[in-house]
Design a protein around this ligand. Structure first.
Ligand code: PLP
Length: 503
């Protein structure tokens, strides 16, 4: 900043009437407090050069009198302007407008280069593709938003009690930057839980805590692939994985499904990918369950060709009737499987806690990258969750929610039957938090979803989950997890009315 020398001649408007200039704009009845108002008037005046460099501000006493406000307010405004470089003050010398230079000057009136008409042109190629083909729903609540659990039944009282206890016990290490793979107690509890319920073969040391499957996928992409590597994705499949892999410049190869999920063609098998991403226990979104034989084939293939198998086990807790097959990870003897789990469905999505179970020799690299790239935190929250699991509240909550979701699942099947009989197929199996209502191939499912949204019902078109658009099967994803049983019938009736308009 240049030093200020009082100018020989002040601009006329400022010499004669700076207090008037302020007074004209000052509104005693404004809802803004005096400080903010006065600061705004002076700052705008300086930035737009209406108050030229070198202009002397009136003494605080004078301005306070003119505006009928506290003198301290004026003093504080001058101090703030001085701190930010808009004015310079010398003891006994007065306060003068500084030469603010281009950083602080108001450039709103300067001619600007014409912006390209399409703002998305500002993004990189992969950035614009990511935005163009984004899959996340604009609404994350209400009938029938997919993927959302019944967060209103979360046992808040128990959680608050554990939280208060954790807060009393918290250590400095929990409040500074995290340095490892996550809270030790939570890694232990997750490992116990997965071994007991999912047949995952692991030690607590293989568990790395992340802030969501999305983050787990970022780590997978960053640590196990290079730009241009090929990744096999189920088609249709999870848009979240597609977006992360695309954002890392990977070559996405859709793999068609059969009634056991991912079914690579002979031609695809001849060109191994770097990573295969799959949801073998409850294929997302169509619900196929991969049998033991296919699992073993894919694992053998991965071992021979050095492929990483990324298993997304996002909702296995919720099966209604049949027991879930154990995780694919439990069959892996070659250290090729990266297992992904999350608390988003069993507890609530905004908790943002999930985990990876890694082959032992990957753990250090992942933990280091986690700290290096994301500076993980939420350590106290992780400790609370560890207690929640180890004291049995997690298992109780899952049991309770399984019964709730099972009733909602049945209510939705019943409602579909009432409206359409067997005219439209229902896909998705007897598990999870959503079903798919199949639509005839000529129906534009995106248009149906849009029309449904206008009628107050949120669904997602099945075609959105496809990489190969021409081959897309048509349908609507219907999440029932967050819809009370009594609302399912009336909400579906409203949706059915919209759907009939397209059949
Ligand atoms: C297939 C699938 N996997 C994983 C997740 C969980 O993601 P996160 O842990 O980032 O909430 C979701 C959530 O919608 C999902 O649909």
């Amino acid at each position: 900043m240049e030093p200020i020398r009082p100018p020989k001649r002040l601009p006329d408007h400022s010499r004669e009437a700076l207090p008037d200039f302020v007074q004209r704009q000052f509104d005693a009845a404004s809802p803004q407090n005096d400080h903010r108002q006065l600061y705004g008037i002076l700052q705008r005046g300086i930035r737009s050069a209406v108050l030229a460099a070198g202009t002397q501000l009136p003494p605080s006493r004078v301005l306070a009198q003119v505006l009928q406000i506290a003198r301290n307010t004026v003093v504080h405004v001058y101090e703030q302007l001085a701190l930010e470089g808009y004015v310079q003050a010398g003891v006994g010398r007065g306060t003068f407008v500084a030469a603010v230079g281009p950083r602080l000057a108001d450039r709103s009136t300067a001619p600007r280069p014409a912006l390209p008409p399409d703002r998305s042109a500002l993004l990189s190629r992969r950035g614009s593709q990511l935005v163009r083909e984004a899959g996340a729903a604009p609404l994350q609540w209400g009938a029938f938003t997919p993927g959302v659990p019944e967060v209103r039944m979360f046992p808040t009282a128990i959680w608050s009690r554990l939280q208060a206890r954790a807060a009393r016990r918290q250590t400095p290490a929990q409040l500074t930057y995290a340095t490892g793979p996550g809270d030790a107690g939570l890694r232990q509890a997750v490992s116990d839980y997965l071994q007991g319920t999912r047949g995952v073969v692991c030690s607590p040391e293989q568990v790395v805590i992340t802030s969501g499957t999305q983050q787990s996928l970022h780590l997978v992409a960053q640590l196990l692939t290079d730009p241009g590597d090929k990744v096999w994705l189920e088609d249709p499949g999870y848009w979240g994985a597609r977006s992360v892999f695309r954002a890392h410049g990977l070559q996405l190869e859709p793999v068609a499904l059969d009634d056991e999920g991912m079914a690579p063609s002979p031609a695809q098998l001849r060109q191994p990918p770097r990573v295969m991403f799959l949801s073998p226990s409850h294929q997302y979104p169509l619900g196929a369950v991969m049998g033991h034989g296919r699992r073993q084939q894919l694992l053998d293939y991965a071992a021979v060709h050095g492929v990483w198998v990324v298993e997304d086990d996002y909702d296995s807790e919720f099966r209604y009737g049949t027991r879930p097959l154990p995780a694919l990870q439990g069959l892996d003897t070659q250290g090729r499987v990266v297992y992904l789990g999350t608390f988003s469905k069993t507890l609530y999505p905004a908790l943002r806690i999930a985990y990876l179970v890694l082959p032992p020799d990957l753990v250090n690299g992942f933990a280091q990258a986690l700290n290096e790239l994301f500076r993980e935190g939420q350590t106290v929250q992780q400790a609370v969750l560890a207690q929640f699991l180890s004291e049995g509240h997690y298992a109780t909550h899952i049991r309770r929610m399984r019964a709730v979701y099972s009733a909602r699942h049945d209510a939705l099947i019943h409602a579909i039957g009432q409206e359409f009989g067997s005219q439209l197929p229902i896909l998705g199996g007897d598990a999870g938090l959503h079903l798919v209502l199949g639509l005839p191939p000529q129906v534009d499912d995106a248009a149906v979803a849009q029309a449904a949204l206008r009628a107050g019902i949120s669904t997602r078109p099945l075609s959105l989950y496809h990489l190969r658009q021409p081959a897309a099967t048509k349908g609507l994803m219907l999440g029932y997890g967050a819809v009370p049983e009594g609302e399912i019938g009336p909400s579906f009736a409203r949706l059915a009315q919209v759907v009939r308009g397209f059949l």
